[in-house]
Design a protein around this ligand. Structure first.
Ligand SMILES: Nc1ncnc2c1ncn2[C@@H]1O[C@H](COP(=O)(O)OP(=O)(O)OP(=O)(O)O)[C@@H](O)[C@H]1O
Ligand SMILES: [Mg+2]
Length: 506
């Protein structure tokens, strides 16, 4: 060490993109052996700042000092070599490769035979096994990444960052896809690394998580550093106030929707997939918000994807407005006025190289085809601009490429896409994942408004406050079975938790 109390100093770093000042003279100091949280609304500049540290972006001005020395990285390789590791917000593994190849990508162990270099697969395997064992992760290094769940992929990213023996590890929303158990494990790993003197920069929208794990919290708003605070001096309300710039006394808008007659009924649905859901029956009424709670692994996503025709059903019946329907493809489901907002924006959601507008209109091309089969530019233009306003999407315009939006703003575009299909039944899978408190409020308002207009809404959520805050009824699942349906007004977190862990034997 160099006598300085900081391992990393960010001094007056600025970065602009066409139409946006993403960072405006940000200065943050990070101590070794500490967890330094970074918070701020969607688009505040958190990921951009981290990408500047990690050599992905070159700051327009300002300075980064690592371990007492000014550094400037041209690429991530240099950042890694200097001791900075990063777990990215958007997971981009190479699906057609094994876990161990993903883990050691760009730094394969090699051996020499004469003038030739060979990849040492045996060593790679041994090192992977040792690493996972050390981190208490149950992952087989030989399987292909394509076969793994989002939570396992996220765990691999974590293992990869740890294996770099970094001095500073950046974690950009590391827990967005993790199960509760895996979050606990990650926190153990973080505490251990901290004990070894590693500095961890931790980005999350989950305030409870931040208060539990961090020592210091830096807050950003609109590209500026608002302040850095000791975590034990902060409260949820203060964090929200610093982030949003005003008090947000209510996290949920008032409800005014009145459930009416049944719009959809499902009876005894059983997945065609082994060990997925079975015996699932529920009704959904017009104007109703039906929450679906449960732990990761409860098969909630499988259930709604099967209803939407993305996965095959083995048996069961679905009735819409009293008539039995069969929806074997999403196209058939859309024709029945169903819409599904998916959970994984990378995998099944956005098209990164297309504009915000294209991404919004995608599910609904027919609506924009005029009498001669020509695409009606005007309507699409109007609709996309209207939705950008309604959802408060932070983007320079509707022609901006969606990949240039912050993670949370990409999610809003997905929500907009499905709103534009004007569905009767809107199914949303974790609609507010990665979305900041202010924008969550906006999405809740929209959900409640849709319910007021008589739509039926199904919302999968792993966030208890959200389930309790806006659902009329809450259906809880555990391992593919419905373990209870609660009234939203009287339900409690404890009840949901109990049902979420209630195993039903066959
Ligand atoms: N490559 C890029 N090109 C153009 N604009 C960009 C680019 N990357 C980020 N931006 C813009 O910079 C701003 C900050 O984005 P950033 O991704 O840093 O936000 P964030 O704080 O990480 O938000 P979130 O919580 O949603 O992940 C946003 O307005 C975003 O649209
Ligand atoms: Mg981000």
């Amino acid at each position: 060490m160099n006598g300085e109390p900081y391992i990393l100093r960010i001094k007056d770093v600025s970065k602009a993109f066409p139409g946006v000042v993403a960072l405006d003279k940000v200065s943050i100091d990070v101590r070794p052996g500490s967890v330094h949280a970074l918070m701020g609304e969607n688009g505040a500049g958190k990921s951009t700042l981290m990408k500047c540290l990690f050599g992905i972006y070159d700051p327009d001005s300002g300075e980064v000092i690592l371990d007492g020395k000014p550094v400037r990285f041209e690429n991530s390789r240099q950042a890694l070599d200097a001791g900075i590791s990063m777990i990215h917000q958007e997971l981009l593994p190479i699906p057609l490769r094994s876990v161990s190849e993903n883990l050691w990508l760009g730094r394969f162990p090699q051996y020499k035979v004469g003038p030739f270099n060979f990849v040492d697969h045996k060593k790679m395997y041994r090192d992977s096994v040792a690493l996972f064992k050390d981190l208490n992760m149950d992952i087989d290094p030989t399987v292909w990444v394509r076969e793994l769940s989002a939570s396992k992929i996220q765990s691999i990213e974590i293992a990869k960052a740890v294996s770099n023996r970094a001095k500073v590890i950046i974690m950009d929303e590391p827990t967005s896809s993790l199960t509760e158990h895996e979050v606990t494990q990650l926190f153990e790993i973080i505490r251990r690394l901290r004990g070894e003197g590693v500095a961890i920069i931790y980005i999350s929208h989950k305030i409870e998580e931040i208060l539990a794990i961090s020592d210091e919290v830096s807050i950003m708003r609109d590209g500026k550093h608002v302040g850095t605070y000791l975590a034990n001096e902060l409260t949820t309300d203060r964090i929200i106030k610093y982030m949003v710039g005003r008090d947000l006394s209510n996290r949920f808008p008032p409800k005014g929707n009145v459930p009416g007659e049944t719009i959809m009924e499902v009876q005894n649905l059983k997945s065609a997939k082994f060990r997925s859901f079975r015996d699932v029956s529920f009704t959904l009424r017009r104007g109703e918000i039906l929450g679906i709670g449960g732990l990761v692994g409860a098969q909630r996503t499988e259930l709604v994807e099967s209803i939407f025709g993305l996965r095959p059903l083995e048996s069961g019946h679905i009735f819409i407005k009293g008539k039995e329907v069969v929806m074997k493809t999403p196209t058939q489901a859309k024709a029945k006025k169903l819409a599904l907002v998916t959970e994984e924006r990378r995998a099944s959601g956005i098209i990164p190289m297309r504009s915000v507008k294209d991404n919004m209109l995608l599910a609904n091309i027919k609506r924009y085809v005029g009498p001669l089969g020509l695409l009606s530019e005007k309507q699409g233009e109007r609709d996309s601009i209207e939705k950008i306003k309604a959802l408060n999407v932070k983007t320079p315009g509707n022609k901006t490429l969606i990949r240039d939006l912050s993670g949370g703003n990409q999610q809003k575009v997905l929500v907009a896409r499905w709103l534009l299909t004007e569905p009767d039944i809107l199914i949303m899978d974790e609609p507010t994942r990665g979305i900041d408190v202010g924008a969550k409020y906006e999405i809740y308002s929209i959900i409640i408004d849709l319910a007021k207009q008589g739509k039926g809404i199904v919302m999968i959520s792993s966030e208890m406050p959200e389930l309790l805050g806006i659902s009329d009824r809450i259906m809880v699942m555990c391992e593919g079975r419905v373990t209870g349906i609660l009234d939203g007004k009287s339900a409690t977190q404890e009840e949901i938790m109990r049902l979420a862990a209630k195993f039903i034997d066959d």
